[in-house]
Design a protein around this ligand. Structure first.
Ligand SMILES: C[S@@+](CC[C@H](N)C(=O)[O-])C[C@H]1O[C@@H](n2cnc3c(N)ncnc32)[C@H](O)[C@@H]1O
Ligand code: SF4
Length: 375
């Protein structure tokens, strides 16, 4: 059985215009106390016998590379891990260096995910990023120099001012860096972010669905031609280089949440921790629970959710679990394909994944709406 540990690192040097993740730019003074709290949380759980050996560990953020590498290694060290555990750290291109990466590698980190987003300087500026494409090239070289074998590069498409040519060049330059894995996300407008507020005020254009759909197909074409297989709507990997931690979420396995704002799952129970680093540190210091809330999923909610997640993957969903008429309609519309008892999204279907899921969940067989961009 796969079991994962997610560790949230809520610190960033700068807040990007589009981002609504739980992260702060003015709390660096808390980093040491926060690491202590994460280690204490893990040690207490180990003492209580709550932890199986993790098959994957994922440090997400925020910007985990803002935390000194030796401190991150302390957290890794506190997690009981299977011998072949995948240990990923998300990094920003302008906050990693070869020495830090060597320390991470020595501490058991074997996968790095870098937030590249774009290789066009004006697009990076439009996204409110602080790095430039040269930082990305240096960061990738540093990962390789540290002997870390598995690398993911994250991209975003659909920013204001990004032409189709910009995106084509971004994907091509990303492939030229020879990562094992690429994630490409449609820029999502989150309410309350500078991007969301500008769009609500009419000061900036919202991303265009057709433009994002075209860019999705460019990414899929270029990545497939370069030997990367899509295995989830927004994720492509060289053979055997899929992210095991993400697969654990998509296939409904259990995971532990360490750190503020982190979410965990134990069988049918979902739970999440207090949102701020201060409250997380305080909870651990006072030996009280950092859990802020939980929900128990009933079997309808569970099957609806597992259908939505499975359908996003290249394995798709089991056809016999689904409404016959709805499947037939979606197959006829070219959105689903049948294979060995499974139904799998076609590429057109991947662009309309949410609508396909809703139709299957509700078993409503009406014509699908016009296409929208993949997420
Ligand atoms: C939360 S970030 C953490 C990693 C790192 N701080 C960074 O920004 O590169 C993880 C990834 O989420 C994606 N992301 C965050 N907000 C997004 C949004 N509004 N729309 C699309 N992708 C987003 C970005 O591709 C980013 O690399
Ligand atoms: S996108 Fe990444 S670097 Fe930017 S604010 Fe969000 S977590 Fe921080």
């Amino acid at each position: 059985m796969a079991f994962g540990v997610y560790v949230h690192i809520p610190f960033c040097a700068h807040r990007c215009d589009y981002c609504d993740f739980a992260t702060w730019t003015d709390r660096d003074h808390l980093i040491d106390d926060y690491v202590d709290a994460c280690v204490l949380d893990l040690e207490r759980r180990v003492d209580r016998g709550e932890l199986a050996d993790a098959s994957s560990v994922f440090f997400g953020g925020g910007t985990p590379s803002m935390v000194p590498a030796a401190q991150l290694a302390r957290i890794v060290d506190a997690i009981p891990r299977a011998t072949d555990a995948e240990v990923t750290v998300e990094c920003n291109p302008d906050s990693i260096d070869a020495d830090g990466l060597r320390t991470l590698a020595a501490g058991g980190v074997n996968r790095i995910s870098i937030g590249v987003q774009s290789m066009a300087p004006h697009v990076l500026m439009s996204l409110g990023r602080t790095h430039n494409p040269d930082n990305v090239v240096r960061a990738v070289e540093a990962v390789r120099a540290a002997g870390i074998a598995r690398l993911n590069l994250d991209l975003i498409y659909g920013a204001v001012g990004e032409t189709v040519d910009d995106w084509h060049a971004t994907v091509a330059r990303t492939i030229a860096l020879e990562p094992e894995h690429v994630s490409a996300y449609a820029l999502t407008v989150e309410a309350g972010t500078p991007l969301g507020m500008d769009i609500a005020a009419g000061a900036r254009r919202a991303p265009d669905d057709d433009d994002q759909a075209d860019k999705y197909m460019i990414a899929d074409d270029l990545l497939a031609a370069a030997g990367y297989d899509w295995y989830e709507i927004s994720n492509w990997a060289r053979p055997h280089e899929e992210c095991r931690h993400n697969e654990l979420y998509w296939y409904g396995e259990d995971y532990l949440a360490i750190g503020c704002a982190a979410h965990g799952k134990t069988q049918n129970r979902r739970w999440w921790n207090v949102r701020t680093p201060e409250r997380y540190i305080e909870a651990l210091r006072t030996n009280s629970s950092a859990e802020a809330g939980f929900e128990e999923l009933d079997s309808d909610a569970r099957s609806g959710e597992s259908l939505a997640l499975a359908l996003r993957t290249r394995n798709g969903a089991v056809e016999s679990d689904l409404d016959v008429a709805a499947v037939a309609h979606l197959v006829a519309a070219g959105l689903l394909a049948r294979s060995a008892g499974q139904v799998i999204l076609t590429r057109k279907g991947r662009l309309l994944a949410n609508e396909v899921t809703i139709r299957l969940q509700g078993a409503i067989s009406q014509p699908p709406p016009e296409r929208s961009a993949a997420e």
